[in-house]
Design a protein around this ligand. Structure first.
Ligand code: HEM
Length: 502
């Protein structure tokens, strides 16, 4: 009996040993195969706590990431403090991720500062069903109110006249055109959002735009990048405190404008985006359906469209004029083409196809100006294996637009202003795939068609009327093309003369 017991227990011992052995083998195998399939994107070795912060220049982060791309390839990892970020670089990789893997790479990373701005509502810094509904509503409503169509063409043309009048008042003397241009761009968004335009001298408009401009600059500052890594630092940082004040003031102003429209709302006669939203909200409430159409989504969607649609278009137009003053021989050719094809009548969108050189100059300005160099950070919506690398759900992703717009394998002379990038041998306009200033995929800029129409009409109307030159005593060589780095890249403060053409 004892022997039998012994035999039995030693049998179970061996059985137990075999099972443990098999499990260990399986674990070993799966960890090896995991390492094989779970190869993470390479990158510089991070330091404890700081990550790779000492290896990048926070004042010009996009350039630092561009340098790392040259070293580590098109998909690489950097650590900002504890935060792991995957950078996508080069046209092919960015397109493959944002377009071919649109779902996986299509969520927005809501950094602490973005959360402070919008609390997860609106369009820019939101995700999930609420984002989907707000984006869809904004696109269709803006289209209904004429985005990319004749109605907005009319509005923009009207604004071109006001803009030119303002420029004329300087009588050819040097002036800084930043404010005036931003007023013009914001009036186009205001027409769609509120159905009104502001006088350029309106103190409300002035305050709103100054705040938005400041917000964009501060958001890209080194201290806010640090805040995003260590949010508890917020109250100790002046930039964060200033930003919070800006956000609060802008919110109050926007609320006020919405309240004015609410008082005079007539669902039978929608005047603008706000009316359309309020009407939809009312209808859903009456049917007892709970939905994403609530006051916070209205407030933040309006604020997002205003902020995203003003400074971006404004600073691109400023870059266009600065390039014209810097390269007078290119300005000559634009003006020659405009005089030959359009003469002195008002330019219309349908003229674009007959103005290939001018169109190429606008595209080249957008390419070289590269105003949103790191796009707006994305986040993976699920685990994804991309170009052989495993990227976990929820990883922050930066589509490095600098590396697309300056991709050395796509552009003949990436670092020089060269309109020929967009012209064939016969001088016809050609589209280029790597022209991606509006990004791509499901989070791509929703104001692209409006922005393109504005840039074309504002630029051509101004060039028809004025010659842009540096101030007296300043040579073209002295005109500074280095940007002010914020969340966007804007031209350094400068003055130009707008001299009326004979
Ligand atoms: C030259 C002008 C403009 C440029 C270069 C530009 C560029 C961009 C870029 C790079 C993004 C980020 C895309 C991404 O996350 O991958 C973006 C997003 C966005 N843009 Fe623009 N934009 C411009 C004008 C406008 C205008 C005029 C509007 C609206 C009136 C607008 C509204 C938006 C909105 C709402 C988003 C967020 C989209 C989302 O998260 O789903 N933008 N834009």
């Amino acid at each position: 009996m004892m022997f039998e017991d012994l035999l039995q227990s030693s049998a179970s011992f061996y059985l137990f040993g075999a099972i443990v052995g098999l499990l260990v083998l399986r674990l070993l195998y799966s960890s090896v195969s995991c390492q094989e399939t779970r190869r993470e994107p390479p990158g510089p070795k991070p330091l404890p706590l700081l990550g790779n912060l000492l290896q990048v220049d926070l004042k010009r982060l996009d350039s630092s990431l561009f340098d790392l791309y040259r070293k580590y390839g098109p998909v690489f990892t950097v650590y900002f403090g504890f935060k792991k970020v995957v950078v996508l670089a080069g046209y092919r990789t960015v397109k493959q991720a944002l377009v071919n893997h649109a779902e996986e790479f299509g969520d927005r990373e809501v950094t602490p500062i973005f959360y402070d701005f919008n609390k997860g509502h609106g369009i820019l810094f939101s995700n999930g069903d609420s984002w989907k509904e707000m984006r869809r509503f904004a696109l269709t409503t803006l289209r209904d109110f004429g985005m990319g169509k004749r109605i907005s063409e009319g509005k923009i043309i009207e604004e071109c006249h006001y803009l030119a009048e303002e420029f004329e008042q300087h009588q050819g003397k040097a002036f800084n055109n930043t404010q005036t241009i931003n007023y013009a761009a914001s009036n186009i968004v205001a027409a769609l959002m509120f159905g009104t335009r502001f006088e350029y001298k309106d103190p409300e408009l002035k305050a709103l735009l100054e705040r938005d401009h400041d917000t964009i600059r501060l958001t890209g500052s080194a201290s806010i990048l640090i805040y995003n890594m260590f949010p508890w630092l917020g109250p100790f940082l002046k930039n964060w405190r200033d930003l919070m004040k800006n956000v609060k003031d802008s919110k109050e102003d926007t609320r006020g404008m919405i309240a004015d429209l609410k008082e005079t709302l007539n669902p039978e006669m929608c005047r603008c985006f706000v009316d359309a939203f309020l009407t939809r909200k009312q209808n859903l409430e009456e049917s007892g359906i709970s939905s994403h159409y609530h006051d916070d989504n209205l407030l933040y969607s309006v604020a997002n469209l205003f902020a995203a649609g003003t400074d971006t278009t404004g600073s691109t137009l400023q870059w266009c004029l600065l390039f014209m003053a810097k390269y007078p021989h290119i300005q000559d050719q634009v003006q020659e083409e405009l005089s030959r094809v359009v003469g002195s009548r008002q330019v219309r969108v349908e003229d674009r196809k007959n103005l290939p050189y001018t169109d190429a100059v606008i595209h080249e300005s957008q390419r070289l100006a590269n105003i949103v160099p790191m796009s707006i950070p994305h986040k993976t919506s699920r685990d994804v294996t991309f170009q052989g690398y495993f990227i976990k759900e929820g990883t922050i992703v930066i589509p490095l637009l600098t590396s697309v717009l300056y991709d050395e394998s796509e552009w003949e002379s990436p670092y020089t202003f060269n309109p020929s990038h967009f012209l064939d041998k016969e001088g016809k306009f050609i589209k280029r795939d790597a022209f991606m200033p509006f990004s791509a995929g499901r989070r791509a800029c929703l104001g692209e068609s409006l922005a393109r129409m504005e840039l074309f009409l504002f630029f051509t109307s101004l060039l028809q009327r004025f010659r842009f030159t540096p101030p007296p005593g300043v040579t073209v060589e002295e005109l500074d093309l280095r940007p002010v780095v914020g969340f966007t890249l804007t031209p350094s403060p400068h003055e130009l003369c707008a001299v009326i053409r004979q």
